[in-house]
Design a protein around this ligand. Structure first.
Ligand SMILES: [Zn+2]
Length: 402
C-alpha cells in the first residue's frame, strides 16, 4: 500500500499535464514511436463544432492504472496507446449516490442519463430500490438520439443484457433481471429502438427469457427482427440487425455496425463496450491493447469534423504497476500464478499487484473530434451526458426553458 498513493498521483500528474505543456517536444517524441494516428494536438480548430455522430467507447473497469499497464504490456513503454495521444482529457468521478465505489449499472447509467443512481440499478432515478421497487426511468442518450431520428447501435464483448449495454436501452431496478431487460430493446420508449445490437450472452439470456415465458424466436417473430446467433448470419440487406452470440468479436461487430450507421442522413450514436476487468491481468490488459487498436481504426475511418469520439470507463479497478524495468516482462510470474488457479482477491506478480475489485478513484475520459473540447478537469461522470448532448447541440427535456 505504501507505494500506491505516490504512483497514482504521479500518473495523474503525467496525464493531466500532457496536453498543456511541452507540446512541440511531445509531438516530436511521439511521432517516432506512437501508433499511426500520431499526436492530434492540432485538433483545436474543431472546437465549437457540432457533432453529427457520437461514438462512446467504454472500457469496462479500464481506469487510469489499467491504461498505463496496457501501454506497458503492448508497447513496453508508457503513454503509447492511440487514445493516449488524444488532445482532451478529464477525470470522471464514478460513485453512486450512496456508496464510494460503483458497479457497472450505476457507472454506465450515470454516463448515459446524466443522473447518478444506486449500484445494481439500470437507468432509473435513485428513488429505485434494487430488486424491490422501480424508480423513475431516466432518459438515455440513445433514447434522445432515437427520438430525433438518428441511427443507434450497441456493440459489446459482454452479454448484451449485462448492466453496461443495458443502461442504454433498458430501465430496471435490478441488473440481474435479464428476462425483463433484454426484451426492452424491442419495446422502445422513443423512436424505433436501438437499430444495431451486437453482443454476447446467448445461453444465459435464453434461460432467463424462458423463465419469463418467452425466447429469442418468439421475440424475433413478434417484432419482425430475427435474433441471430452469429454475425455471419446477418444478411447484407438487413438494416437493423440483432446478434446475440455465445461470444462477440467486437472489432468485426463494430466495423459492421459502422457500415450500417454511416448511412444515416441525420447521424448516429454508437456505444462500444470492451471488457477491461483485470482479474486476470494479462487478459484484461491485452483487451485494452486490442480495444485501442480498434479505436484507432475507427478514428481513421470517421470524419472528426462532424464526429465526437469519447473513451471512458464506468469505474476503476485495483491494478497497480509497482515495479519493473524497461525491456523486462511486465507480467513476470503470470504463468505460475495462472497455473496455480488461485482464487485469492490479491494477485501478487513480480511487477504488478492486483486487488481484484472495483475501486473508487476517478477514471480517465479522453476525447477527440467535434465537441471534444468540453472534456477537461475533474467532473462527475454525469457530465459526460452533457458532453454528448451538447456535442449535438441538444438540450435535455428537463432543462430550464428561459
Ligand atoms: Zn463495469
Amino acid at each position: 500500500m505504501k507505494n500506491a498513493r505516490p504512483l497514482f498521483l504521479c500518473l495523474l500528474a503525467a496525464g493531466v499535464f500532457v496536453p498543456a505543456v511541452g507540446r512541440a517536444q511531445e509531438s516530436a517524441h511521439n511521432q517516432a514511436k506512437a501508433p499511426a494516428q500520431a499526436v492530434r494536438l492540432a485538433a483545436e480548430p474543431r472546437a465549437g463544432r457540432k457533432a453529427k455522430n457520437v461514438i462512446l467507447f467504454l472500457a469496462d473497469a479500464g481506469g487510469v492504472p489499467v491504461l498505463h499497464g496496457a501501454s506497458l504490456l503492448g508497447y513496453g513503454e508508457p503513454r503509447r496507446l492511440g487514445i493516449q495521444q488524444w488532445p482532451y482529457l478529464g477525470l470522471s468521478e464514478t460513485s453512486p449516490v450512496d456508496d464510494f465505489v460503483s458497479d457497472s449499472a450505476n457507472g454506465m447509467s450515470s454516463i448515459v442519463t446524466g443522473v447518478k443512481t444506486r449500484n445494481g440499478v439500470i437507468s432509473q432515478n435513485p428513488d429505485a430500490q434494487r430488486g424491490r421497487q422501480d424508480g423513475t426511468p431516466t432518459k438515455t442518450v440513445l433514447e434522445y438520439a432515437e427520438q430525433r431520428g438518428l441511427l443507434t447501435g450497441i456493440v459489446t464483448t459482454q452479454s448484451i443484457a449485462d448492466a453496461t449495454p443495458a443502461a442504454n436501452y433498458a430501465h430496471s431496478n435490478d441488473r440481474k433481471k435479464w428476462g425483463e431487460i433484454f426484451p426492452q430493446a424491442f419495446k422502445p420508449r422513443f423512436g424505433d429502438g436501438v437499430d444495431v445490437l451486437f453482443g454476447a450472452g446467448r445461453r444465459k439470456i435464453g434461460e432467463q427469457l424462458a423463465a419469463v415465458g418467452t425466447g429469442f424466436d418468439q421475440l424475433g417473430q413478434t417484432h419482425a427482427r430475427p435474433i441471430h446467433a452469429t454475425l455471419a448470419e446477418v444478411a447484407d440487406a438487413e438494416k437493423r440487425p440483432v446478434v446475440v452470440g455465445d461470444a462477440m468479436d467486437a472489432r468485426t461487430a463494430t466495423l459492421k455496425a459502422l457500415d450500417i450507421l454511416e448511412k444515416s442522413p441525420k447521424g448516429y450514436f454508437l456505444v462500444v463496450e470492451w471488457d477491461a476487468h483485470t482479474d486476470d491481468p494479462k487478459e484484461g490488459l491485452q483487451n485494452v491493447v486490442d480495444f485501442d487498436k480498434l479505436i484507432a481504426e475507427v478514428q481513421a475511418r470517421v470524419d472528426l469534423d462532424d464526429t465526437l469520439l469519447l473513451f471512458t470507463a464506468d469505474h476503476s479497478f485495483g491494478l497497480q504497476v509497482d515495479g519493473g524495468r524497461r525491456g523486462q516482462d511486465l507480467l513476470a510470474g503470470y504463468d505460475a500464478w495462472k497455473a496455480a488457479k488461485s482464487k485469492e482477491d490479491i494477485v501478487r506478480l513480480g511487477n504488478v499487484l492486483v486487488n481484484r475489485t472495483h475501486t473508487g478513484e476517478e477514471v480517465a475520459t479522453l476525447a477527440i473530434g467535434a465537441g471534444a473540447e468540453r472534456v477537461r478537469g475533474y467532473f462527475p461522470n454525469t457530465y459526460l451526458f452533457e458532453v454528448m448532448m451538447k456535442a449535438w447541440g441538444w438540450m435535455p427535456d428537463d432543462a430550464p426553458s428561459n
